[in-house]
Design a protein around this ligand. Structure first.
Ligand code: UD1
Ligand code: UDP
Length: 363
């Protein structure tokens, strides 16, 4: 009764780590697939070193490509592997193309599918992730939700309530397990930062792909850097367009390569504010109590606004909003979303083990 985990892109790794650990504690037979969607050391291997993830049992080396080509390559490689291994369950994470492809393969081969981080909705179909989330959830047999809004969305879409489990957030399990290693002082020293600073991460196609958007974004970042030092660990996706738009021209905007998980969250922990379009970073800043300014028109993670430290801002608003945050300091009134307590992995493991057992006894 094999459980097969499918990962491939940076945000998958901190979500999978606690689930794999908890399943291992209850003695479930499992193997880990890395599709190779992300492959640079700084986008992938560093997470395996830092998060105690086992070495992947299968490395499919699929790599980059357009959505169609990448998804096609993922489908081909994953189908072969599923046929060979005949898993009882496939477990997929989040909303990346590796998630979508594994969900399709599982559904077509009749392999039961569990989706970790089900039910998040931005209601913005221009986001590739929204398409991936909708299809994956529609195909899933077991849906693990991180927040009550996600449970409600799935209910509204007609998903059988018996399949939906509110379990908390495994990415937060990973954050809490590593909290004592997030060293803000070490981050300051490493990056030679004095005084206030803002951490930025930007990689959404809607912000960086188009050259007009990239130019407008760079102009905005430069006006923020006029007020405060910015450090930007830059995702490979935005590098070419943002650099072409003049990103590197401001002396107080420091661009660095993507950072390891522990180094990145050390830097975030000590920041006066974070400017981001990442999904996971909205959640992590909520836990760390660091003001998060999300450069997007929407979020699929509304609890980070209702409970946490997140707010949506436009490019036009950003410089003034940063000035306001620097003047007022950190909020003191935020709360932790329900069940973001570090126990999502064990909750998921128990439910999956029960599913495996009831399937075995039905045979
Ligand atoms: C993907 C996810 C996105 C997620 C992000 C997290 C999809 C559709 N998108 O976006 O939801 O927020 O990962 O980081 O799955 N590249 C490298 N090195 C790498 C990986 C990628 O240089 O290790 C470059 C390549 O030029 C590639 C580009 O980044 O074409 C985009 O990579 P891809 O995985 O297609 O999408 P992301 O933008 O990373
Ligand atoms: N992250 C990291 N180093 C960085 C930027 C992000 O370790 O330089 C981590 C971040 O803390 C979070 C995950 O990567 O755990 C989020 O991934 P990303 O923003 O790429 O994807 P998204 O969440 O937007 O899908």
């Amino acid at each position: 009764d094999l459980v097969l985990h499918i990962t491939g892109a940076r945000p998958n790794f901190p979500k999978a780590a606690p689930v794999i650990r908890a399943l291992s504690a209850v003695g479930v037979n499992q193997r880990l697939v890395h599709t190779g969607q992300h492959y640079d050391d700084k986008m992938s291997a560093v997470f395996f070193r830092q998060l105690g993830l086992p070495r992947p049992d299968y490395d499919l080396g699929v790599g980059s490509g357009s959505h169609g080509r990448q998804t096609a390559a993922l489908l081909t490689a994953l189908e072969d592997l599923f046929v060979e291994l005949q898993p009882a369950f496939a477990v997929v994470y989040g909303d990346v193309n590796s998630t979508l492809a594994a969900a399709l393969v599982a559904a077509k081969l009749g392999v039961r599918l569990a989706h970790v981080e089900a039910g998040l909705r931005s209601f913005d179909m221009t986001m590739p992730e929204e398409v991936n989330r909708l299809v994956t959830d529609r195909l899933s047999d077991v849906l693990f939700a991180t927040s009550p809004d996600a449970v409600a969305h799935l209910g509204n879409e007609g998903v059988d309530p018996g399949k939906i489990h509110l379990v908390g957030n495994p990415m937060i399990d990973t954050l809490l397990a590593n909290l004592e290693n997030f060293d803000a002082e070490a981050a300051r020293t490493t990056h030679d930062l004095t005084g206030s600073y803002v951490v930025a991460t930007l990689h959404r196609p809607g912000n960086v792909d188009d050259s007009a958007d990239a130019q407008a974004l760079v102009k905005t970042l430069h006006s923020v850097a006029d007020q405060v030092q910015i450090i930007l660990p830059l995702h490979p996706r935005g590098r070419a367009s943002l650099e072409e738009a003049g990103l590197l021209a401001h002396p107080r905007l420091r661009v660095v390569d993507p950072l390891g998980y522990v180094e990145f969250l050390g830097l975030v922990r000590g920041a006066d504010a974070v400017v981001t379009d990442s999904g996971g970073v909205q959640e992590e800043t909520t836990m760390l109590g660091v003001p998060c300014l999300t450069l997007r028109p929407n979020t699929e993670r509304p609890v980070t606004i209702s409970h946490g430290t997140n707010r949506l801002v436009t490019r036009e608003e950003l410089p003034a909003v940063v000035a306001g945050v620097l003047a007022t300091g950190r909020a003191t009134t935020w709360t932790v979303p329900p069940l973001w307590d570090g126990q999502a992995g064990p909750r998921i493991a128990k439910i999956l083990r029960d599913e495996l057992m009831s399937e075995a006894s039905a045979r």
